[in-house]
Design a binder for this molecule. Structure first.
Ligand code: MGP
Ligand code: SAH
Length: 262
């Protein structure tokens, strides 16, 4: 067999074969570069962030496209699978207010549902409120990666001050839980939420709409949180759901009003 005919040493002869080989080489080089980038990144993350960095693709499936987070963003962002589920749960809502938008984990998924073929009317627009200017910049950047920036209005400000001026069909509340040390409490009560307790927060949201979704710690006092539904007369419908990623519990979502059993 001549060397040219030996498949082991055969060189690509047709244009198509050459193109395919070029593409393969490019992909391999890209993978190598990404691996190198990841190793460098791993060395640079703070000890606190390391655990969350290892879960980066659960947080944002498009992480490698250039997602950016700050330290609080790393430990607070809602994992993508959970955020996507919560977004699907408020199908039919025209405007969703994400009161504590962080680096955009939830806002992006709320805005994405709009493009859904299954329900083209779902979650038309997102109003994303966030007090930290830097986080808003990160959230906008991340929203661009997912191509949903045109469906989100980012507002820099304090939700408690802005609430009286906001209109929406659903309010989503994922406030700070006081950092990763929230787990130290056996029973996480509503007064531990930041910057204000859960009752005050709920009342402020309720003035906008009874359709409220709260993302809370997995050690939340569920009975106490469920009692928020009694702040309305008649009491709001309520549904409590535990959220898992890869079999690990990550948080509890409570749906009130029309978002319950939707
Ligand atoms: P975690 O318990 O700190 O991480 O957060 P993990 O990987 O479950 O660690 P383990 O050691 O307990 O197994 C779990 C999830 O809770 C995060 O992915 C965030 O979605 C959410 N979360 C955590 N914190 C501290 C906050 C917070 O302050 N606010 C909000 N809204 N979400 C948070
Ligand atoms: N769901 C978000 C994470 C929210 S973490 C995500 O998936 O990315 C809670 C966020 O609330 C933090 O980013 C914090 O800066 C913001 N925050 C704290 N107090 C606030 C207030 N009064 N109004 C609006 N945002 C606030």
């Amino acid at each position: 067999m001549s060397p040219a005919k030996d498949p082991a040493v055969a060189l690509p002869r047709t244009r198509k074969q050459r193109k395919r080989l070029k593409r393969k080489v490019k992909i391999k080089a890209k993978r190598r570069a990404q691996k190198k980038k990841n190793l460098k990144e791993k060395e640079n993350v703070t000890p606190l962030v390391k655990k969350y960095w290892l879960q980066r693709y659960d947080l944002f499936s498009k992480y490698d496209v250039g997602i950016k987070l700050d330290e609080e963003g790393w430990f607070s962002v809602t994992p993508e699978e959970i955020a996507a589920w919560q977004a699907r749960r408020c199908a039919g809502a025209g405007v969703v207010i994400d009161a504590f938008a962080g680096v955009g984990g939830n806002a992006i998924q709320f805005a994405k549902v709009r493009n859904s073929v299954v329900n083209p009317l779902a979650c038309r627009h997102v109003i994303a409120v966030e007090i930290d200017t830097h986080k808003v910049a990160l959230a906008l950047h991340n929203a661009k990666i997912y191509g949903v920036q045109d469906h989100i209005d980012f507002i820099v400000g304090d939700f408690f001050q802005l609430a009286p001026f906001l209109k929406g069909d659903v309010v989503f509340l994922s406030p700070p839980w006081g950092g990763p040390s929230y787990k130290a409490k056996e029973n996480f009560t509503l007064d531990l939420l930041k910057p204000k307790d859960g009752y005050s927060l709920f009342k402020v949201a309720q003035a906008i709409t009874p359709n409220i979704i709260m993302y809370l710690p997995r050690n939340i006092d569920v009975l106490q949180a469920s009692e928020l539904s009694w702040l309305s007369s008649p009491p709001l419908d309520i549904e409590v759901e535990e959220n898992f990623v890869r079999g690990y519990s990550k948080g509890i979502t409570i749906y009130f009003g029309d978002t319950a059993f939707s």
